[in-house]
Design a protein around this ligand. Structure first.
Ligand code: ZN
Ligand code: ZN
Length: 172
């Protein structure tokens, strides 16, 4: 979905659409697209800056980084972005921290599909978990701890371990 910058109406543009992404488009390993992502987007041109405000909803499936079981990962995310013309960037050579996060458009066009995909990918957690308290797989027997399939924990009878575990849980 390409937006032609020079044809943007003064009052801006409102768009609503479904975006079909491939599993490969997602930065998360083993992620599966369950439904096309839906986005509501408002685009405005102010001077040379493109303002994009939008909302994405998507239904994905991730694999839990602890127990390795797939789980549904619904996305409902809002974003508020400013794109500057790339030509403007060429004028100043210095790269400040601020500029690293700055987004640019070039060729008087903006690819909304790419914008939505980038924003979708930004919603992913660094380590997806099926549940915040997922205890994962036992390092000793390889069984799921949460199904009580593993009975290895009873072997850790040293009370110092219990204290450490208690502290870790306390923080979460
Ligand atoms: Zn899990
Ligand atoms: Zn075990």
């Amino acid at each position: 979905m390409l937006i032609d910058i020079d044809r943007l109406p003064k009052e801006g543009l409102r768009l609503s659409g479904d975006f079909e992404f491939l599993n490969l488009d997602l930065v998360e390993e083993n992620a599966v697209v369950l439904e096309p992502a839906h986005a509501e987007i408002a685009v405005r041109l102010i001077g040379e800056e493109i303002l994009i405000r939008g909302e994405i909803t998507a239904q994905l499936s991730f694999v839990c980084s602890r127990c390795l079981i797939p789980f549904e990962f619904p996305v409902a995310s809002k974003f508020d972005l400013i794109y500057l013309p790339e030509e403007l960037d060429a004028l100043s050579e210095e790269l400040s921290d601020e500029k690293l996060g700055q987004m640019y458009y070039s060729g008087r066009q903006l690819d909304l599909r790419a914008v939505v995909l980038e924003q979708l990918n930004l919603t992913f957690p660094a380590k997806p978990l099926c549940a915040p308290g997922c205890e994962g797989i036992c390092a000793v027997c390889g069984e799921l701890i949460h199904d009580a399939a593993c009975s290895c924990l009873v072997k850790e009878s040293d009370p110092r371990w219990n204290k450490i575990k208690f502290n870790v849980r306390d923080k979460s």
